[in-house]
Design a protein around this ligand. Structure first.
Ligand code: ZN
Length: 384
């Protein structure tokens, strides 16, 4: 997560100016001025403006000078809110891979039940990392909202949370950040080479937090996917090694769930002793299994999305589309080579085939077989 403790989240004259989230800011600002409700689900990729929105909302509620529900942007309360230092807003982050029930009871619920004058903004980062027991404990707070309390839940993947929680929140979708904005962030992070910068922006998939967390391996994976059609053309055997690489990427993505399971088991031991009660261990194992499967699936689908994006760029290149219409404008030369080697019909067929494989993966086909079949077929394209 971005550390914004010492940076002002908004400019004095415009608290609600949240770059890339203009629509969401408008909705939240209007609600702050009247009919705020007691829980909001901020749904979107991590690091796309959640912090600024939360700071602006806090200022709007605590400002001593502006009209009710509006921040003046100049008073001391606004200043503290903008720096993330106003005591009305409490921020909670998971201390382990998932939030635990003790954490929810000890920290969140007790903060909500504190009697205080004025507003309490309880801001939960990565709220989709509640485990089931913790989610149940939290539900009570949503069902019986305390006066003056507003929950802000940051949620990247709504499927991870029980519907009972989501249905009690106003849902505010946050957009992925536009390319232009990420370009600027990337430049500030030291991506000076335009080709590298464009690649990083694409790998960040609309999220500033992801951009900041990128490693060389992430960039190389994306490069490899861009080379794939050409490599398959040159060597049919590449289909098999590429399948293995995709599966390995899926395995790597599921490693987090392993670590999560280990940490959670240690927590169970700490609370219940060794060995922890069988039903709890079983629940933990099932959740870990599900998360592993989902992490693996997401990684594979993302790989297919990258490939599909590339195929569409090749088609756009054939149609002489302008650079601005391309996902990978920096890879003009490689796109041109694929556009030259492949027939439009073949590319359309490939796009459809990739899309269908993506859907098949969701239907629990064996990933290795589905990917191998796809890549072997793609390897037949453009061969002379
Ligand atoms: Zn103010």
């Amino acid at each position: 997560m971005t550390d914004v403790a010492d940076a002002r989240a908004f400019a004095a004259e415009a608290p609600w100016k949240v770059p890339g989230q203009e629509r969401a800011a408008k909705v939240l600002a209007a609600a702050a001025a009247g009919g705020l409700g007691h829980a909001w689900a901020l749904i979107g990729p991590p690091g796309v403006g959640q912090e600024q929105l939360a700071a602006a909302l806090t200022a709007a509620l605590v400002c001593a000078e502006g009209a009710p529900g509006q921040a003046c942007g100049r008073c001391a309360a606004c200043d503290r809110a903008a720096r993330g230092r106003h005591p009305a807003r409490r921020v909670f982050e998971p201390s382990a891979p998932t939030y635990r029930v003790e954490e929810v009871r000890r920290d969140w619920l007790s903060a909500a039940s504190l009697t205080a004058d004025g507003w309490k903004i309880l801001h939960i980062r990565e709220a989709d990392r509640l485990n089931d027991a913790a989610a149940n404990a939290f539900l009570r707070a949503l069902e019986e909202p305390a006066h003056g309390t507003v929950w802000l839940l940051e949620i990247a993947d709504p499927d991870e949370l029980p519907d009972t929680i989501l249905s009690r929140c106003r849902q505010l979708p946050l957009a992925p950040l536009p390319r232009q904005l990420l370009e600027e962030h990337a430049a500030a992070l030291g991506y000076h080479d335009p080709v590298e910068r464009a690649l990083a922006v694409r790998a960040a998939r609309g999220s500033r937090a992801r951009l900041e967390a990128l490693g060389e391996a992430d960039l190389e994976r994306l490069r490899a996917r861009q080379r794939l059609l050409a490599e398959l053309r040159a060597d049919q055997g590449r289909a098999l090694t590429a399948t293995k690489e995709l599966l390995d990427a899926g395995e790597a993505a599921s490693k987090d769930a392993d670590e999560e399971q280990r940490t959670e088991r240690e927590q169970l031991v700490a609370v219940h002793g060794e060995p922890p009660p069988e039903p709890l261990v079983k629940e933990l194992e099932e959740r870990a299994k599900r998360r592993k499967r989902e992490a693996r699936l997401t990684a594979l689908q993302r790989a297919l999305d990258d490939l599909l994006g590339w195929v569409r760029d090749v088609l756009a290149t054939q149609a002489a589309a302008p650079s601005t219409a391309l996902l990978a404008p920096e890879a003009r030369a490689e796109l041109a080579a694929d556009a030259e080697a492949l027939a439009t019909d073949d590319l359309l067929w490939a796009a459809d085939r990739i899309q269908r494989t993506r859907e098949d993966l969701e239907r629990n086909v064996v990933p290795r077989l589905a990917l191998e079949a796809l890549l072997l077929e793609l390897a037949t394209l453009g061969r002379r």
